[in-house]
Design a protein around this ligand. Sequence first.
Ligand code: DC
Length: 227
Amino acid sequence: MSTAIPHLQIAIDGPAGSGKGSVAAEVAKTLALPVLDTGLLYRFVAWQVHENNCPIDDEAAIKTLVEQQLSAMDWRSDGIFFDGKDCTSRLRGEDVGALASQVSALPAVRQQLLAVQQTLASHGCVMDGRDIGTVVLPQAQAKFFLTATLRERGRRRWLQLSDQAKRQQTLDDVIADIQARDQRDSERSHAPLAQADDAIVIDSTIMRIDEVVERVLHILQRRRLIH
Ligand code: DC
């Protein structure tokens, strides 16, 4: 077990399937820091948009909806709770992920979620997402950008699918979905998926999660951010 310096903020960004969520969770566990998966927040908004039949292009209506629903939402290291109920597993599906990629392009949504993320991160955390090192926590003491080839990221996502889902979606379907999501996330005008200038890039294509975690911890140690 290592100890982090007080209020250490570690930003881990990367595209879908890059392993950032698993790496963030392991690093946080080792350092006894909260882990905050920002993708879940956007997934929560997408889920609410869907449940309330809100048109995806009606930014004003979505803004009002988010304002209302955020007060009943609790975002924690172990997931998202809504009206006191754990809805995390409901948010993990590829369908919610694809809709999240669309709602996350709306500036009003990003603006609303920015304050939520910055407030929770203020006492120190490992936070993963797309724009953490660039927009949410530009002052984070450590920033990592995880990548892997499109094919490998698709393979990882496909392996996570249930047997039933695998009968409906081939590996090529999953790869095509991820490619579309990469493009949307990287090309949106507001806070796109981007690597911060001071981020350390780790290509995890041929690395196991524990090897990536070890590299991250080694870098933090070398920089005297943990001991
Ligand atoms: O990491 P994920 O697959 O759970 O994220 C779902 C979508 O949410 C992703 O396609 C883009 C969006 N997202 C974002 O725009 N900014 C973040 N910091 C995290 C996620």
